[in-house]
Ligand binder design. Structure first.
Ligand SMILES: Cc1ncc(C[n+]2csc(CCOP(=O)(O)OP(=O)(O)O)c2C)c(N)n1
Ligand SMILES: [Mg+2]
Length: 586
């Protein structure tokens, strides 16, 4: 169900329809399927559907959210799914809109989020094409543009076929492993008169299946390994947002007295201040700590093989591995986002949220043994840095519920604790820079009306690529706070140039060329104001940081969209981790 608090652009009254069009039927089907929103950028290839959503459905269930770029339409749907676990829709114009959308679709694919993407093509029947434009916007296999990173795509040839295609697309997108599906709606079908609306199927008979249960003997085998382990470890990766799931993971870790690791790439999955949480969330867990484990339970950890390799190097992996994941069902040949093939001494082909309660019952309790870990300490920042930004945010949001929808590359997992599934939503999935703003707006859409404030901390490069999502947040009154960790550079890649220069004995001081975003200096606060948001900054002095953040938080509490340009030092403090450059080739 759509959140009733979201502003809806109200159509003028429409006389009762005397006749129906193909797109009316498709719109009616979207309502049957309970698609709450359609994030979109318009285009004539789907003008029929556009009219039906507005003038047939009254722009309600689904409701349109206008986006200024297709990439942000998809990123918004992605952020919404990350926060809710639920699916919304996006609509993009024929071929060109889909091309714009494609990177964000790849991010959503890698992040395994459900999403219904609708697109359109000029009439497949060439006799019905308008000259020129319908021809350039017709492709003979449009779905091929995104086929390798969607679960399914289809171009239905009739209204009845569209009904079934939409039901299949929704069912597949929401069946784990979840992912985007793409339906390409022929303009001619949308714009054909259909007489009375063809009867809609009973969609309840086409719902996604309940989660698959693992074979009992695999649960038993996993429990035996865990119960007899000297030092079990749990890698918690892609799991659900429910509080029940969260509590179950804590209960399992406590029963086993297992060391727990979480991943900065995936959403909050375990209280990071729990004594069993062995090391701050990171791209790769601390290899030394992981190597102490003799049995490792991987709960759909994104890169189990790579993590084991990082810990053991060229040595044989000194732990038994239990793998809990349905992810292999989605692995394809085009992209290697499936990662290395991890060894699995026991392989439970189910979702972690299903396996954990079964394992709690099946394992033997171990006596408490693990020593509480040491909290890392950091020097007091002397200048504006990502660390200083984190400290100020932590102090000013004490006692508040915050949802971090994005973190910048230089963030260290120890900068802030996560104590609730919505405290942090993870990264962009596919490493496609530019997702941060849209992800933040999608989370703000999902969480509007709750008392949780959405905060997206974006790199300047990330923000500049996707910043027009701010307008969508401002227009639909979706309060959220953007903190821009602005180092005036695509700094991650400056570090790569530095590394290459060193390796080749060439001058390191040239690393900024083709990387620095300077001269002219971009006024990010003005870019926010230009789109109807509150813009604060640039914040250059440490003494100004807290007051600026305080002011920003007050604005967002009152319902504003606010962007703060924080001029952080260019440089990640390697000692503090962040995303270690060695781990990133992005
Ligand atoms: C679409 C896309 N283009 C380029 C890259 C390569 N890339 C990875 S990180 C990065 C820099 C991002 O800049 P910013 O968000 O300012 O973060 P910073 O590195 O400065 O901390 C770039 C260009 C990418 N991952 N995705
Ligand atoms: Mg930057």
């Amino acid at each position: 169900m759509a959140n009733e608090k979201i502003l809806r652009d109200m159509p003028a009254p429409v006389p009762q329809a005397q006749e129906h069009w193909g797109s009316d039927a498709i719109a009616a089907m979207l309502r049957e399927l309970d698609i709450p929103y359609l994030a979109l950028n318009p285009g004539a290839s789907y003008r029929g559907l556009h009219d039906s959503i507005v003038n047939y459905l009254g722009n309600e269930r689904p409701q349109m959210l206008l986006c200024l770029h297709e990439e942000s339409a998809i990123a918004i749907a992605h952020g919404y799914a990350k926060a809710t676990g639920k699916m919304m829709g996006a609509v993009v114009h024929s071929n060109v809109g889909l091309m714009h959308a494609s990177m964000a679709i790849f991010n959503a694919w890698c992040d395994r989020v459900p999403m219904l993407i609708l697109g359109a093509t000029g009439p497949w029947d060439a006799a019905r094409r308008r000259p020129w434009i319908d021809w350039i916007h017709t492709a003979s296999d449009q779905g091929a543009l995104v086929r390798d990173y969607t679960k399914w795509d289809n171009q239905p040839g009739s209204v009845q076929a569209a009904y079934e295609a939409l039901m299949r697309a929704c069912q597949m997108a929401q069946t784990a492993p979840c992912g985007p599906t793409y339906i390409n709606l022929d303009a001619a079908i949308q714009e054909s008169k259909v007489g009375p609306l063809p009867p809609l199927p009973d969609v309840s008979r086409f719902a996604p299946p309940p989660p698959v249960q693992p074979a009992p003997e695999t649960v038993k085998a996993a429990a035996q390994l865990l119960s007899s382990a000297k030092s079990p470890g749990i890698l918690i990766g892609r799991v659900g947002r429910s509080m029940d799931g969260w509590k179950a993971r804590v209960a399992l870790a406590e029963k086993l007295q297992a060391k727990v690791f979480t991943d900065i790439k995936t959403p909050a999955a375990f209280p990071t201040d729990h004594p069993l949480h062995a090391a701050p969330p990171a791209t790769f867990p601390d290899g030394k700590v992981l190597r102490d484990c003799d049995v490792i339970l991987s709960l759909d950890w994104v890169d189990t093989a790579g993590t084991l390799k990082a810990a053991w190097g060229d040595q044989p992996i000194g732990a038994k591995v239990i793998r809990v994941s349905v992810d292999a069902h989605i692995h394809r040949g085009w992209s290697a986002d499936y990662q290395g093939l991890p060894p699995s001494d026991v392989y439970l082909m189910c979702e972690p949220d299903v396996a954990v309660p079964l394992l709690i019952d099946a394992v033997k309790a171990r006596p408490a043994a693990v020593q509480p870990r040491q909290e890392p300490t950091f020097p007091e920042p002397k200048e504006v840095s990502i660390r200083a930004l984190a400290l100020a945010l932590n102090e000013l949001t004490q006692g508040m519920d915050i949802c971090l929808s994005k973190l910048p590359l230089g963030w260290n997992g120890a900068y802030r604790h996560f104590r609730h599934p919505l405290d942090y939503l993870g990264a962009d999935g596919g490493g496609g820079v530019g997702a941060g703003p849209g992800l933040t707006v999608g989370a703000a859409l999902a969480l509007k009306g709750t008392n949780r404030m959405v905060v997206g901390i974006c790199g300047d490069g990330d923000f500049l690529m996707g910043n027009t999502a701010v307008w969508t947040a401002a227009h639909y009154k979706l309060p959220c706070l953007f903190l821009i960790a602005n180092n005036r550079s695509f700094y991650n890649d400056e570090m790569h140039q530095e590394r290459v220069a060193k390796e080749r004995g060439r001058p390191v001081e040239n690393k900024w060329i083709g990387q620095r975003i300077d001269e002219p200096d971009i006024d990010i606060a003005m870019m926010a104001r230009a789109q109807g948001a509150v813009g604060i900054g640039p914040v250059k002095e440490l003494k100004d940081l807290k007051p600026a953040l305080q002011q920003a938080i007050e604005h967002v509490k009152k319902g504003a969209v606010c962007v703060v340009d924080v001029r952080v030092l260019p440089g990640y403090d390697a000692a503090m981790g962040g995303t270690p450059p060695s781990a990133s080739r992005r």
